[in-house]
Design a protein around this ligand. Structure first.
Ligand SMILES: Cc1cc2nc3c(=O)[nH]c(=O)nc-3n(C[C@H](O)[C@H](O)[C@H](O)COP(=O)(O)OP(=O)(O)OC[C@H]3O[C@@H](n4cnc5c(N)ncnc54)[C@H](O)[C@@H]3O)c2cc1C
Length: 403
């Protein structure tokens, strides 16, 4: 295994760290203030547009794209991992660089499977950071951790497809800049289970598509929003189909490899920031005659956090290296492993940091409570822990089947 970052990645890390210190962290309070002033949790803030312009000037734009294309020079997963980690330290980091979920996964899907006309209409403005997108798979009516259950109907009717059904937890859909949804639905109920679904590009202003509500996460209304969407006879031209009919399941698999590893990289960044906040706080806070940092139990929290972060980062880097060398499919099980490991490690570190901050830890004077809420959802989003564990266990058991 060789996952040493290239010279280019190291140089980008330095530039990105400087950008985060000089612009992103100082912008966090203004971001919250602008949202509060607008009275809309999904408000698109001016401060974010300023950050995007600055990031672009500094050459920190669309870094997630893994291959050289007309759009970017491309970075390997190994080179991108430390950069994604740095962006994950702040809620503003990923979008400032046009590297946020669900757009990155969507852009990769479009790059791989869209026609030229679809790329021109949707991929170009996404890469320019002019619009946002969402990915609509999960449904309130079926257990969606099993993708074969997905049942929103995509029925062919002449030159169109007609969509009927409900989706929920569709991240990003509440933002007014969200202009397109990649919708997964059932196009042929009689086909074999893994050929029943297709994906189609649906403009968010399509007649019959209603954004019913934005679901809160532990009481927070995230800026991106997680929407419940209803599709009532939504009629879309047939040339909006992404890839081939029946190819939905395979494209969902292709999308989730990179999407998942990016989440894990960012989770490690959040854990690093939480550990840093904990270390600073316990050195300055005195209880029972000495700094909290002198308590053995606090030192154990710090040591365990450092050990766990290092372990999980190595596993993420190994996975990135596998994706670069044997491809996303070949790294599927490792992707499942890190999808379980990284959010759980980050949650433990954030939880210790909250405890070390006392009451302040659960307030919004520090970003820990918000980090915790976000990281907890990662144990569900892009597949719950149990389903990923099932994949890891199945591969392990297969090794002993013949015996
Ligand atoms: C904040 C957030 C953002 C999200 N964003 C998106 C998005 O943008 N687009 C989108 O399409 N979806 C999104 N989701 C949905 C997410 O992907 C689903 O919630 C997840 O895949 C689980 O599906 P489900 O909710 O239908 O749970 P179910 O399928 O009903 O499963 C419920 C529980 O059953 C257990 N379970 C399931 N299978 C097994 C098994 N094999 N073994 C043991 N236990 C099992 C697990 O504990 C699981 O949590 C988001 C979710 C959240 C919370």
């Amino acid at each position: 295994m060789d996952f040493a970052p290239s010279g280019r990645s190291r140089e980008l890390q330095d530039r990105l760290t400087m950008f985060m210190d000089e612009h992103v962290y100082p912008a966090e309070q203004r971001f919250e203030a602008e949202i509060a002033e607008a009275g809309d949790p999904h408000h698109h803030t001016t401060v974010l547009e300023e950050l995007k312009a600055e990031a672009r000037t500094r050459g920190l734009w669309n870094l997630f794209l893994p291959h050289a294309t007309e759009w970017s020079e491309g970075l390997s997963n190994v080179d991108y991992a430390p950069l994604a980690e740095i962006t994950g330290r702040s809620i503003l980091g990923p979008e400032a660089l046009n590297c946020s979920a669900p757009d990155t996964g969507n852009m990769e899907l479009l790059q791989q499977f869209a026609t030229d006309a679809q790329k021109e209409r949707w991929l170009r403005p996404l890469l320019e950071g002019e619009i946002r997108s969402c990915f609509a798979m999960t449904e309130p009516d079926v257990a969606s951790s099993d993708a074969t259950n997905i049942s929103l109907r995509i029925a062919r009717d002449g030159d169109d497809y007609v969509l009927d059904g409900r989706k929920w937890w569709i991240s990003g859909a509440a933002r007014d800049r969200c202009r397109v949804a990649i919708v997964m639905g059932r196009s042929d109920p009689d086909a074999p289970p893994y050929r029943r679904q297709s994906m189609i590009l649906v403009p968010m202003d399509a007649p019959g598509l209603t954004n019913v509500r934005s679901l809160p996460v532990f009481g927070y209304q995230d800026n991106e929003g997680h929407s419940e969407l209803h599709f009532d006879g939504v009629r879309i031209p047939a040339d909006s189909l992404l890839g081939e009919e029946g190819g939905g399941f395979a494209m969902a698999q292709a999308r989730l490899g990179p999407g998942r590893i990016h989440h894990c990289m960012r989770a490690i960044g959040a854990a690093e920031r939480a550990l840093e906040l904990m270390c600073r706080r316990v050195q300055s806070r005195v209880a029972f005659g000495k700094p909290l940092a002198d308590q053995g139990v606090i030192q154990q929290w710090i040591a365990d956090s450092r050990i766990e972060i290092e372990q999980v980062r190595l596993l993420v880097m190994k996975t990135a290296w596998l994706m670069d060398t044997v491809g996303n499919k070949g790294a599927r099980i490792e992707v499942s492993a890190i999808k379980v490991a990284a959010p759980n490690v980050a949650l433990r570190v954030v939880d210790r940091a909250i405890q070390a901050h006392g009451g302040m830890g659960v307030s919004d004077d520090v970003p820990l409570a918000m980090m915790y809420a976000h990281l907890r959802t990662l144990r569900l989003a892009d597949g719950p822990d149990e389903v990923h564990r099932m994949s890891v266990a199945r591969r392990e058991l297969r090794r002993y089947e013949s015996a």
